[in-house]
Design a protein around this ligand. Structure first.
Ligand SMILES: *Cc1c(COP(=O)(O)O)cnc(C)c1O
Length: 402
């Protein structure tokens, strides 16, 4: 073990040795407990980001840490050339919860989406070689591999990486008329986040997703829902699509699925599954017993009625309080959006400084697309912790208007 260094030493090392791709906050985190994390000097922070919607059971949740430690002692990894109890269990649970038929495990969200895109293309090819168009939404986020960054409808992520994979087109989320115009029998799939996260927390309006489902059926295209951020109970339903009463042909998961251990998954219908043959897809690490042991704890805990009820209750309380804050600071907060524990407050000013001020006062929150405060806390937070974070935000906003 290397010697413990000061925060300044760690910043300097990172600045010298790490790829400069993250606009990091000046904070070295060392440990966590429930909804709190501690920096390397012992200062405590209320964590309303949860590693970007990852630590759904909070930090140091004992059944999770014990499952991971126990599995690590037995077998961390073997190849997908062999079976493990942990992987078989996790897949069965996902199939049962999703109402779909077959699961596959990857290591990240981008990889889950990459796999979903591949299987959709292979399925469509078996009908018509020209049926390759994949329609995604502007302001979406689907990952950083070449195909998933192309699927991501934000030109800033494309610039400099051309030539990009072909066959992707974009529509405005929630605009069903635009989608209807763009779709044809050459459409392979429509790929959407059930609730847009990174793009600024936009839930689907009215019957948007149901109408998307109907258009997919009409053109025999697949509906791929990316629930990497909105899934795993965050919306108040285990799968956010259950909230909107739609069923996808493919759903992708990652972030919260193993409570912090790297994992991704896509789940498909039997018809789609049958287009993949041995060798068509694979992974070395994906679904290894360590990750699946962690996923099994999440899959045994989050779908419980009482757990989801708590997410809905605390989420509704949180949203009401944010709405009250919007009324109090109507010159700073334009709109409050979201459901369950994926909430956003759109500001009239850049959010980074507000996030920094909250951090100084002991609260970790996040800002996305420059002006949307995004709240994606551990799903185990209490109303008291909501009050705690919002009283810090209230103080920070008060200083801004004065
Ligand atoms: C985070 C995210 C991804 C990418 O996940 P990685 O694990 O970072 O590759 C994809 N889609 C959505 C909706 C996300 O929020």
């Amino acid at each position: 073990m290397s010697q413990k260094e000061t925060a300044a030493e760690i910043f300097a090392k990172d600045k010298r040795d790490y790829l400069p791709v993250f606009a990091r906050y000046q904070l070295v985190l060392e440990r966590g407990e429930g909804a709190y994390v501690y920096d390397n000097e012992g200062k405590k922070y209320l964590d309303f980001l949860a590693g970007i919607a990852v630590n759904v059971l909070g930090h140091g949740y004992q059944p999770l840490t014990e499952a991971v430690a126990g599995q690590a002692r037995k077998l961390i990894h073997c190849s997908n050339l062999y079976y493990t109890q942990a992987q078989a269990d996790a897949a069965s649970k996902l199939v049962k919860l999703s109402g779909l038929d077959r699961a596959f495990f990857a290591n990240s969200g981008a990889e889950a989406n990459e796999g979903a895109i591949k299987i959709a293309r292979k399925w469509a090819h078996s009908i018509d070689k020209e049926k390759s168009q994949i329609i995604t939404a502007w302001d979406s986020f689907h990952g950083r591999t070449l195909a998933t960054l192309t699927a991501t409808g934000q030109p800033k992520y494309h610039e400099g990486f051309e030539p990009l994979p072909g066959g992707f087109s974009y529509v405005h989320y929630n605009d069903i008329a635009e989608l209807e115009k763009m779709m044809s029998d050459k459409t392979c799939a429509v790929m959407l986040e059930t609730i847009q996260g990174e793009g600024g927390v936009y839930p689907p309006k009215d019957d948007y997703l149901k109408k998307v489902r109907a258009l997919c059926d009409k053109h025999k295209a697949l509906l791929i829902l990316d629930e990497i951020q909105a899934g795993i109970g965050r919306s108040g339903e285990f799968f956010a699509y259950d909230k909107y009463d739609v069923k996808p042909d493919i759903v992708t998961l990652a972030k919260g699925l193993a409570g912090g251990v790297p994992i991704g998954a896509f789940i498909v219908t039997e018809e789609v599954a049958q287009t993949f043959k041995p060798g068509d897809h694979g992974t070395t690490f994906g679904g290894n017993p360590l990750a699946c042991a962690a996923a099994n704890v999440v899959l045994d805990t989050v779908p419980e009625h009482k757990f989801l009820q708590q997410v809905n209750e605390v989420g509704a309380y949180f949203k009401d309080k944010l709405e009250a804050l919007r009324q109090k600071y109507s010159t700073l907060i334009k709109e409050v959006r979201g459901t369950g524990l994926i909430l956003g407050a759109e500001l009239t000013v850049p959010g980074r400084e507000i996030v920094n001020e909250c951090l100084k006062k002991g609260a970790i929150i996040n800002c996305t697309v420059g002006t949307v405060l995004r709240f994606i806390p551990p799903l185990i937070i209490t109303k008291e912790q909501v009050d705690e974070v919002l009283s810090i935000l209230d103080e920070v906003l008060a200083e801004k208007v004065s």
